[in-house]
Ligand binder design. Structure first.
Ligand code: SAM
Length: 308
């Protein structure tokens, strides 16, 4: 839809708001970009991307294509998982020369399951300013549509890809009282939702948010028991990018299992009986309850090993 005269005037006013802010030279600007729909970029992000001398980007070709949509073209520095520290040195050199540099990732907010955090560390350590520009993230986009059952949350991002490590991490989270947010790739989405039900039980709520802001966006609420079969019913439900938001542990579970981390660690080396004895000595908790829980944990552990 073309902008009307009134909305053009409004855009101009908003652009002026972005321009009026002071943008110090020699600073790193951490700029969020869209997670799907290219229109989800802020006016201030566009202003800063046009202002900076250089762009530190996860994948320079993707970023050039995105920026071309906004009529912006800038020299870039590749900053990805495998070169973040050495690339940081180059960025700092340019910043010392008084350049402004923007850091962007392939999509969404840098540093959120994306490169950026180590660059930020290095720039801070060099005593130079880091200026964040807020914008899209799959994390906040999914949470904004989750509902009131998410009153607080913890963000995990991607789980380990190996079944045993994934089960160990999930076991450690099983009693976490807050909602937990995961990112997942399409080829692992079914097995991950299955692993969530195994670790957290069948009853908790899950939001399966797929292809947010894109043409095939879908947000599906169900229980952990229903998640895998819902995904398997239709192959298109397994395509694209996913955010999973899982309800936190009910209060009772959270209280019952406060000693899981300790028991889990002890069980890696000891029998159920020995782990119980040491945990009881260390915590003063009732031995019977600890024994029951240690049994459950050790059973879960051997199932995971079988799954590998
Ligand atoms: N930095 C990004 C952010 O702020 O959300 C995340 C980057 S991470 C490498 C990519 C993962 O984020 C995807 O595998 C998916 O789990 C999630 N994600 C990114 N875009 C998404 C979208 N449009 N819909 C659902 N999930 C998305």
């Amino acid at each position: 839809m073309a902008l009307s005269l009134n909305s053009s005037a409004l855009m101009l006013q908003v652009s002026e708001l972005a321009e009026r802010q002071h943008y110090p030279a020699g600073a790193l600007y951490v700029v969020a970009t869209p997670i799907g729909n290219a229109a989800d970029i802020t006016v201030r992000a566009l202003h800063v991307l046009a202002l900076v001398g250089r762009i530190a980007a996860e994948e320079t070709r993707n970023t050039s294509q995105l920026l071309a949509r906004y009529g912006i073209s800038k020299p870039s520095i590749a900053v990805h998982e495998h070169n973040e520290c050495s690339a940081a040195e180059r960025v700092i050199e340019h910043l010392h020369n008084g350049e402004r540099i923007a850091c962007v990732s392939d999509a969404g907010t840098p540093g959120i399951s994306d490169p950026g955090a180590r660059l930020v560390d290095a720039v801070c350590k060099a005593g130079l300013p880091v200026i964040p520009l807020p914008g899209a993230s799959a994390l906040t986009t999914a949470l904004s549509a989750a509902g009131a059952w998410v009153s607080g949350f913890s963000f995990i991002g991607f789980l380990p890809t190996k079944a045993k490590q994934r089960a160990t991490q999930l076991r450690a989270l099983a009693n976490h009282p807050l909602a937990i947010v995961f990112y997942e790739a399409p080829h692992r989405i079914v097995e991950t939702t299955r692993a969530l039900a195994e670790a957290f039980g069948n009853a908790r709520e899950i939001l399966i948010a797929r292809e947010l802001t894109k043409l095939h966006e879908s947000l599906h609420h169900c229980t952990l028991a229903e998640g895998p079969s819902w995904l398997e019913e239709d192959a298109t439900r397994q395509r694209g990018e996913f955010v999973l938001v899982v309800q936190g542990a009910p209060e009772k579970e959270a209280a019952d299992d406060t000693h899981d981390a300790l028991l889990g660690t002890l069980l890696e080396e000891l029998s159920v009986k020995s782990a119980t004895r040491i945990a009881a000595t260390l915590t003063g908790a009732p031995r019977n309850a600890l024994y029951e829980r240690a049994l459950q944990l050790s059973k879960l552990g051997s199932e995971d090993e079988g799954a590998e």
